[in-house]
Design a protein around this ligand. Structure first.
Ligand code: TMP
Length: 202
C-alpha cells in the first residue's frame, strides 16, 4: 500500500535534503508544506515573506492549515489513491510544534483545527531529524524568513515540542540524529523507512 511519509524538524535540520533522497529512492511524489500548490505558493509568500502586513498567531495557524487542506486535496490524497508513495517536507505536525507550542496557541487546539483541515489523514511515518540548534543555525547561510528570524527561545520551545510529539507516538515517529554528515544521516533515514515499509535495506 502507498505510504505517506513526513519529514519533520527545525530549520537547518537537513530534512529537505533527506526527503528528496528518500523520494528519489522510492520513486515517490516529493512535496512540501507550505507552498506545494498554486494557492499554497501564495500563502507561503504571505506567511514567510516580509512586507507591509502582519500575520497574527491565529491567522498564521489558519493559513498554514489552509495551505495543508489544499495540499491534501490537490496532491497528497490523489497520489496515494493512485498508489504512489508521498514524501512530504513538513506536515500538520509542524503546526503543532510551531503554532501550537512556539506561538503558544496550544498543541491541542491546533491539533483540532488541523484534524479538520486534513480530514484525519495524518502521515503513516514521521522521520524527525533532530539537530543541535547551533549546528542548525550554522547551516542557515541564506537570508532568513519570517519564522527563521524568531528568537532562540521560540526555536527551543519548538524543538521541545517536536521531542514530545515523537515520544507520544513512538510507533509513528522515528527520531534520527541529524547533527552528522548528510550521507551518514541518509543511511539511518533509509534504514528506518525501509523497515517501516518492509523494503530491503541494501
Ligand atoms: P521550511 O523551512 O521547511 O521551508 O518551512 C517554512 C517555515 O514555515 C519554517 O520556518 C517552519 C514554518 N512552518 C510553520 O510554522 N508551521 C507549519 O505548519 C509549517 C508547515 C511550517
Amino acid at each position: 500500500m502507498a505510504a505517506y511519509i513526513a519529514f519533520e524538524g527545525g530549520e537547518g535540520s537537513g530534512k529537505s535534503t533527506q526527503a528528496a533522497r528518500v523520494a528519489e529512492r522510492l520513486d515517490a511524489v516529493l512535496t512540501r508544506e507550505p507552498g506545494a500548490t498554486p494557492l499554497g505558493g501564495e500563502l507561503r509568500r504571505l506567511l514567510l515573506g516580509s512586507g507591509d502586513w502582519t500575520v497574527g498567531a491565529r491567522a498564521e495557524a489558519l493559513m498554514m492549515a489552509a495551505d495543508r487542506a489544499q495540499h491534501l486535496d490537490e496532491i497528497v490524497v490523489p497520489a496515494l489513491a493512485a498508489g504512489r508513495h508521498v514524501v512530504s517536507d513538513r506536515t500538520a505536525y509542524s503546526s503543532l510544534a510551531y503554532q501550537g507550542a512556539g506561538r503558544g496557541l496550544g498543541i491541542d487546539d491546533v491539533r483540532v483545527v488541523n484534524e479538520w483541515a486534513i480530514d484525519g489523514r495524518w502521515p503513516d511515518l514521521v522521520v524527525y531529524l533532530r539537530v543541535d540548534r547551533a549546528v542548525a543555525r550554522g547551516r542557515l547561510d541564506r537570508a532568513l524568513d519570517r519564522l527563521e528570524r524568531e528568537g532562540e527561545q521560540f526555536h527551543r520551545v519548538v524543538g521541545e515540542a517536536f521531542d514530545a510529539l515523537a515520544a507520544a507516538e513512538p510507533d509513528r515517529w522515528v527520531v534520527i540524529d541529524g547533527d552528522r554528515p548528510v550521507d551518514e544521516v541518509a543511511v539511518d533515514v533509509w534504514g528506518a523507512v525501509a523497515a517501516r515499509l518492509d523494503l530491503p535495506v541494501g
